[in-house]
Ligand binder design. Structure first.
Ligand code: SF4
Length: 260
C-alpha cells in the first residue's frame, strides 16, 4: 500500500531512502527529522516490549541519541519496487523522509529508483532535492520519463543557484518548492520552470513569512505563465492561518501526462 500523504500538493509518499544531513537554512526545522525522531522512539518502545517494529526500525539507523539526524542514510531495498504494485494512478512524493540525491546514496541505487519510475507510467513522481548539483551530475545516467517531476527547494536568495542546476538536468518537468520561504527572492528565475510551490514554515519554532515575499513570486509566476501553488501561510498553528492569498486559493499544477 502507498502511504497516503497530508501534504497539499501530493497524494502519497514512497520512501526507498530514509535519513539525511542538513545543508542549508531551510533544513533548520526539518519536518522529516521530527517525524523520524518519533518513529525511532516508537521502534525502540516496540523492541523493548518484544514487538516487531517493522518499517519503523529503519529510523534507528539514522537518528542519534539527541533525536537528530546522524547524517547517515538507510537504503530500504524492500521498498524500491513498491509502486509497481499500486494499480490506481497516484501522484507520489519520492523520499519525503530523505533526499534521493544525498551524497551517500549510491548511483546504482538512484538508478534502480528511476528504473521503477520509468516502469510506472500510471503514476506521477515528484522528486524534491536540496542537492540539485548531484542531480545534474547523474542526470545523463538515468532516464527521464515524462512522469518524473524534478524539483529543488529554494528557501532564500542564498540558494538560487539551485534553480540553475535544476534547469540543466534532463527532467521533462521541473519545479521549485519555495518552502519555507525565509526571505524575499525578488528575481526568482522562472525560465524553463514548469511549477512553483510557495509555503511558510509551520510547527514549533516556525520562522515568519511576509505576504509581500509571496506576492512577489505569485506575480512573477502569473506574468510568466508558470503554474503557482500556494501551500500555506504556516506558523505555529497552521490550521488557523490557512492558505488563501488575496481572497482565493492557488492550486495550479502542471498537467499530468503519461510517461513519454
Ligand atoms: S534536505 Fe530535506 S530532509 Fe534533508 S535535512 Fe534538509 S529539509 Fe530535512
Amino acid at each position: 500500500m502507498a502511504q497516503a500523504s497530508t501534504i497539499e500538493w501530493t497524494e502519497a509518499t514512497w520512501n526507498p531512502v530514509v535519513g539525511c544531513r542538513k545543508v542549508s537554512a531551510g533544513c533548520a526545522n526539518c519536518y522529516a527529522e521530527r517525524m523520524a525522531k518519533r518513529l525511532a522512539a516508537m521502534a525502540t518502545a516496540d523492541l523493548e516490549a518484544g514487538r516487531n517494529p517493522g518499517k519503523k526500525a529503519a529510523y534507528l539507523h539514522v537518528i542519534n541519541g539527541a533525536g537528530r539526524w546522524n547524517g547517515d542514510v538507510y537504503l530500504d531495498d524492500s521498498a524500491v519496487e513498491a509502486p509497481l504494485s499500486w494499480r490506481s494512478p497516484k501522484v507520489i512524493f519520492v523520499n519525503s523522509m530523505s533526499d534521493l540525491f544525498h551524497e551517500d546514496v549510491p548511483l546504482k541505487f538512484i538508478q534502480s529508483v528511476f528504473d521503477v519510475m520509468n516502469r510506472c507510467p500510471q503514476h506521477t513522481f515528484q522528486v524534491l532535492t536540496k542537492r540539485p548539483e548531484r542531480t545534474l551530475e547523474v542526470s545523463k545516467r538515468v532516464t527521464w520519463t515524462g512522469n518524473i517531476w524534478m524539483g529543488t527547494s529554494v528557501e532564500n536568495r542564498a540558494v538560487v543557484r539551485r534553480v540553475h542546476e535544476l534547469r540543466q538536468t534532463g527532467a521533462k518537468v521541473k519545479f521549485l518548492s519555495v518552502e519555507p520561504l525565509l526571505g524575499p527572492i525578488p528575481r526568482l528565475p522562472l525560465t524553463g520552470i514548469d511549477w512553483v510551490i510557495v509555503g511558510g514554515e509551520s510547527g514549533p519554532g516556525a520562522r515568519p513569512m511576509q505576504a509581500e515575499w509571496v506576492k512577489q513570486i505569485r506575480d512573477r509566476c502569473v506574468a510568466q505563465d508558470v503554474p503557482f501553488f500556494f501551500k500555506q501561510w504556516g506558523g505555529v498553528n497552521k490550521s488557523s492561518t490557512g492558505r488563501t492569498l488575496d481572497g482565493r486559493t492557488w492550486n495550479q499544477m502542471p498537467s499530468i501526462s503519461a510517461a513519454l
